[in-house]
Write a protein that binds this ligand. Structure first.
Ligand code: URA
Length: 208
């Protein structure tokens, strides 16, 4: 896979559309995914939001953040005063990785190697979108954006995401909405959701 990535990197796409064509033509690193799920939103968006990977519904629909975690994210963005359509939404890994259990497709976390495989795409993509702030949802996105393992609960908040040398983006690390969906119902879960919205509100304040 690394040689394939190097070959793709040499294609030097001149636009986001060209990059997306390369992404769509690439073989999924993980077998079974229906299609690559591309980023969505305007080039030049002030905020880019990076998730982990498409889930079951995203894979079927070919759009990011349309399943349960995406719906939670959409509501949280709204509460935080961020218009979803004005933000650029994408994922660190572009294909849905799952284990088949009968008819169900159970989400599998990508390995660090898989995140690395997709990193080139993400960096190019953000290079075309040129957001003023990149929000990492969860540890996988933070790994893709920093190249190191990040403890989300300990390090949540503003962080510089570096590409090469001094190049990079102002960033913000927060939890992944799937984490919130997994918390058992109760006061703690509600507080965690409020904290998530507060993080997004703080992120919005960084581009205003
Ligand atoms: N979770 C993600 O990280 N990305 C999606 O697109 C959907 C769910």
């Amino acid at each position: 896979p690394d040689r394939a990535v190097a070959a793709m990197a040499r294609q030097e796409p001149a636009s986001l559309a060209e990059l997306n064509r390369i992404i769509l033509a690439a073989d999924p690193l993980v077998p079974g995914a229906t299609k690559a799920v591309l980023g969505e939103g305007p080039e030049g968006a002030a905020i880019a939001i990076v998730g982990e990977q498409p889930g079951d519904q995203e894979d079927l629909e070919g759009r990011p953040f349309v399943g349960p975690a995406g719906q939670l994210l959409t509501r949280a963005l709204e509460e935080a005063g961020i218009e979803r359509g004005g933000a650029y939404l994408t994922n660190a890994v572009k294909h849905f990785k799952f284990a088949a259990r009968g008819k169900r497709r159970l989400h599998q976390s990508p390995t660090a190697g898989e995140v690395k495989h997709y990193r080139w795409w993400l960096m190019k993509e953000l290079g075309f979108v040129r957001p003023r702030l990149v929000v990492a949802l969860g540890a996988t996105a933070a790994l893709a954006l920093t190249g190191r393992s990040v403890s989300v609960l300990r390090e949540r908040g503003p962080m510089r995401f570096c590409r090469t040398g001094s190049e990079g983006w102002d960033g913000f690390v927060t939890v992944h909405p799937s984490y919130l969906l997994r918390l058992p119902a109760g006061d703690g879960a509600e507080q965690a959701c409020r904290d998530f919205v507060a993080d997004l509100r703080q992120a919005r304040g960084m581009v205003e």
